[in-house]
Design a protein around this ligand. Structure first.
Ligand code: CP
Length: 305
């Protein structure tokens, strides 16, 4: 593959190879001398039209650990504010001959559009409510390292499923690797129609968490909701916020995940987020490893000129 635009379209062996590759990157990242040279002389542009802490920082660190020259485009200070379109910006950057563009954009399909127009590899770092493939890969790596497997695990993805590219990419990836998937949330955010995808849909945390091995919490994506849809934080936490009482309904060795950024006291209680059962910090570490693995895999398809 020349691009990574989504989990959709990847085969199970592709996913498993990337996870194995990422395991090696974890080892590299834990050494004192972390630098490899596979991307030496290559240029990577991080083009982020939406805010990011984890994804942008980890793509930058991953590229630098592989020896690339990494440039972070600050879109707020770019010519987008003067009315330039995504495609015109992309073609401008393309003329500077980058090797890889990592793009985050509010529009679903933005990464696909870019990939059709530019000469270099494109990595989707999140496009609207569509996909966030490296997040799903890092989540899978985190689960596999802690549970030893993904096949047969019951994973409950909880909260704002409707607006979540993290949920979508995870549903595709975890299904492909044989997990049993449940989605849990209010019917406005976890619609019953999702059962058509072969998922269990629950609107009650008590039933949705019952016996789950992994509890994956999601942020309320208020920026993608019209005002009337957005529940109050207090009411939402009461019914759908993960606290110790609700977590007690999951399997005794259940582990808790959250892609971040998290809203403490809205979808997750601090006592759970900071507990030994939380994998949230490990997810961040795996984020660098997975992005190194993806960049390294793409490097094999870059022209040798
Ligand atoms: N999980 C995630 O994508 O976080 P950022 O928005 O901080 O990159």
């Amino acid at each position: 593959h020349r691009h990574l635009l989504g989990i959709e379209g990847l085969r199970r062996p592709d996913i498993e190879n990337l996870l194995d590759f990422a395991e090696q990157a974890v080892e590299v990242s834990r050494q004192v001398e972390k630098k490899k040279s596979i991307l030496r002389g290559r240029t990577q542009i991080n083009l982020f039209y939406e805010p990011s802490t984890r994804t942008q920082a980890s793509f930058e660190i991953a590229g630098k650990r592989l020896g690339a020259d990494v440039m972070n485009m600050s879109v707020a200070r770019s010519s987008e504010s003067k009315g330039e379109t995504l495609l015109d910006t992309a073609m401008t950057l393309n003329a500077m001959r980058p090797d890889i563009i990592v793009v985050r954009h509010a529009q679903a399909g933005a990464a696909h559009l870019l990939a059709r127009k530019v000469d270099c590899s494109v990595v989707n770092a999140g496009d609207g409510a569509h996909e966030h493939p490296t997040q799903a890969l890092l989540d899978a790596l985190t689960i596999r390292r802690n549970k030893g497997r993904i096949e047969g695990l019951t994973v409950a993805i909880c909260g704002d499923i409707l607006h979540s590219r993290v949920a979508r990419s995870n549903m595709i990836l975890l299904s492909a690797l044989g997990a049993r998937l449940r989605v849990v949330g209010p019917s406005t955010l976890a619609p019953d129609s999702l059962s058509r995808l072969g998922l269990e849909v629950h609107h009650d945390m008590r039933r949705g968490l019952d016996g789950a091995d992994i509890v994956m919490m999601l942020r309320l994506q208020r920026e993608r909701m019209s005002g009337a849809l957005a529940p109050s934080a207090r009411e939402y936490f009461h019914f759908f916020g993960l606290d110790e009482e609700k977590l007690a309904l999951a399997a005794p060795d259940a582990l808790v995940m959250h892609p971040g950024p998290m809203n403490r006291g809205v979808e997750i209680d601090s006592a759970v987020a900071d507990s030994p059962r939380s994998l949230i910090r490990e997810q961040v570490e795996m984020g660098v490893a997975v992005r190194m693995a993806v960049l390294e895999a793409l490097a094999q398809h870059l022209p040798n000129v």
